[in-house]
Design a protein around this ligand. Structure first.
Ligand code: ATP
Ligand code: MG
Length: 432
């Protein structure tokens, strides 16, 4: 009979020193010398070195075991400075659960091409690197939920099938829905707006789909969107909640995921430095700054990736750009009543990535909204229910959308957004 199984991390924490322990997991590395076989075992919690001596009855099992075979083993835990993690298990009993065929990923990242690892994503997810990224992703999601619950937001579930665009037609995925044409949602916003009339403060974390044709380090075709929306609020409330969320996530991640962040080689000090209030500049000031840096961008043009990166360099952390020209923002943005050329919209930018969120006040006047819909050539009947919201007890309200993967890419210094999600979808990648 085997003893109760413990997580490898429990052994690495020194809780089993000098005692017998049973662990299970997969063979991560294997090395053989004349008298000893070294097996590095991994489980969800960590990796540990285990050894078998030639005179041990488990020697033959250890000899036949291959990389990625699943095993369960029992042995004595010893402190050993030479072993990675500082502890080692001297195996006394070793059983193979599933003997692995020759594992296609033999060398790990850096040796095999990125392309090969992406084609074998279902297997590459077992790497330490992906294991750590997915753990931080889970924690960031937890902190997101904790934040909104703490602020009395109610979690809601928006639809994924939609009948008309939220963010413009060019990135809309169409699909056949029985004999009708529908789309995959680009944002839950319009639905969240309906829900605030019942619940006042709502949020969701849900997939959004964008038919992004460009290949960049910050675009996926399917990503997870953190979206709150709330009633009786203005731009100042919006930016305050947004920066509070951001600093809450960064501070808690820096504290709770220190080990993961350090193992990933990411800069933890950058997260610790995220403190409110964030700098705020207007769109017009941003244009002036860019022109002073030698960029040729005119008032009224939208920022490109390079413009955003150049702006962000100056701040070294998250900051807001607000008061955008109405022509570059969506139909639902509320215009400044004293300057209708400007809308109450704000982007949060971070170094290296640029935009990680867009938010703003939503047009709450039925007349203004109808004017915008017609100016942009949109079909009023497509937005009938949305216009209704302004008919029955309209309220000033705000909301924003924060891309979870862009946030993680920044937080963990990932080279490409692709590594922030287990099964990335891009224009070219939809397998596995
Ligand atoms: P961009 O101009 O960078 O393509 P956007 O302004 O079209 O982004 P929004 O409609 O403002 O994007 O979406 C809100 C947030 O959702 C963005 O700030 C970003 O964090 C995230 N996001 C948008 N598109 C994508 C995408 N294709 N992949 C990953 N995240 C995205
Ligand atoms: Mg945006």
């Amino acid at each position: 009979m085997l003893m109760p199984v413990v997580a490898i991390q429990t052994v690495l924490d020194g809780k089993k020193e000098g005692k017998s322990a049973t662990i299970r997991g997969w063979i991560y590395r294997k090395r053989e010398s004349k008298q000893t076989i070294f097996l590095i075992i991994r489980d969800a919690s960590g990796v540990i070195q285990c050894t078998v001596k030639r005179d041990n009855p488990s020697w033959s099992q250890a000899e036949k075991v291959t990389i990625e075979s699943s095993v369960v083993l029992e042995g004595i835990v010893k402190q050993d400075k030479r072993a990675p993690g500082g502890y080692e298990i001297a195996i006394e009993k070793l059983s193979v659960i599933g003997l692995a065929e020759t594992f296609p990923i033999t060398k790990g990242k850096g040796k095999e091409s990125e392309e090969f690892l992406r084609d074998n994503r279902h297997l590459w997810l077992r790497s330490r690197r992906m294991n750590l990224i997915m753990k931080v992703r889970s924690e960031v999601l937890r902190f997101t939920h904790d934040f909104f619950r703490k602020e009395d937001f109610i979690e809601v579930s928006p639809p994924m099938f939609i009948s008309s665009a939220c963010e413009g037609g060019s990135t809309l995925f169409g699909l056949k829905y029985f004999d009708k044409q529908l789309y995959l949602t680009q944002s839950a916003q319009l639905y969240l707006e309906a829900l605030i009339y019942s619940l006042e403060k709502v949020y969701c974390v849900a997939p959004s789909f964008r038919a992004e044709k460009s290949r960049t380090i910050r675009h996926l075709t399917e990503y997870w969107h953190i979206e709150p929306e709330w009633a009786f609020a203005d731009m100042d409330d919006l930016m305050r909640v947004e920066e509070d969320l951001m600093s809450y996530i960064c501070q808690r991640t820096a504290k709770n995921c220190k080990k993961e962040i350090e193992s990933l080689g990411a800069d933890i000090s950058k997260l610790k430095a995220v403190k409110t209030p964030f700098p705020r500049i207007t769109y017009t000031e941003a244009i002036e700054k860019l022109n002073a840096k030698g960029f040729k961008i005119k008032w009224g043009e939208d920022f490109g990736f390079e413009d955003e990166k150049a702006l962000a360099e100056e701040f070294g952390g998250p900051f807001f750009v607000y008061a955008y020209p109405r022509q570059i923002k969506a139909f639902y943005c509320k215009s400044h009543r004293d300057n209708p050329d400007l809308v109450m919209s704000t982007d949060m930018l971070v170094p290296r990535i640029g935009e990680i969120s867009t938010g703003g006040a939503r047009e709450d006047s039925k007349e203004e909204l109808l004017k915008r819909i017609s100016e942009l050539g949109l079909r009023e009947e497509d937005y009938r229910w949305y216009i209704d919201l302004r008919r029955y007890g309209t309220v000033p309200h705000v909301g924003f959308g924060l891309g979870l993967e862009r946030l993680l890419t920044w937080m963990l210094d990932l080279e490409n957004i692709i590594d922030s999600i287990p099964f990335p979808r891009t224009i070219r990648r939809f397998y596995p």
